[in-house]
Design a binder for this molecule. Sequence first.
Ligand SMILES: O=C(O)[C@@H](CO)OP(=O)(O)O
Length: 241
Amino acid sequence: MPKLILLRHGQSQWNLENRFTGWVDVNLTAEGEAQATRGGELIKEQGIEIDLAFTSVLTRAIRTCNLALDAAGQTYVPVIKDWRLNERHYGGLTGLDKAETAALHGEDQVKIWRRSYDVPPPELEAGSDYDFAGDRRYAGSVLPLTESLKTTLDRVLPFWEATIVPELKKGETVLVAAHGNSIRAIIKLLFDLGDAAILEVEVPTGNPLVIELDDNLRPMSAHYLDVDRANTLPVLGALSS
Ligand SMILES: O=C(O)[C@@H](CO)OP(=O)(O)O
């Protein structure tokens, strides 16, 4: 039976500082490292054998992937990195303090930017410190200047279909170590969630979400391995529009 483990990276320095992060390559905090390691220990305790892992090109997700595989005793598992699993691009909000931005623009506006399905934040301004066009990780790719969850899903989807789906269809156990919003995009797709239902889904950092799938990749069951840090699970077809 195909099995998918979705693992949001452990706490990052900017999660801790409450800053809009997106594609900025911040590292894990010591607590984030501990969360990733704990996630791997739980994978080991459950006797889960991972065949293949996928992660983004951002340090916090790559290190989470590596720390979890190490702690699971499965350092040897092949890992594929691709920018299409990156966090959603936060556009002109990148680097700003979330509380200060709420004080400036209002809580409601910030909630729309953070959690509406298809309203993107303002675009990144030309010449910004957070322009990734010259970064060789993205050479040859057309990069966004901002992303909503919808446009994040639009770029996750081709990678998901071309690269991850064929492995799952072979019955493999796949780890995806990624980011709050690239994981929410995959959850929306898998659980066939409506645009409103996905807004309620918050994935905790460093807590493996294990999803057993049928042969058509419909979720049969889902559970977080760390029950003490679990959030509400998505419900198949919730508010599907
Ligand atoms: O800052 C970010 O990139 C993300 C994830 O930490 O934040 P948000 O909770 O607004 O999706």
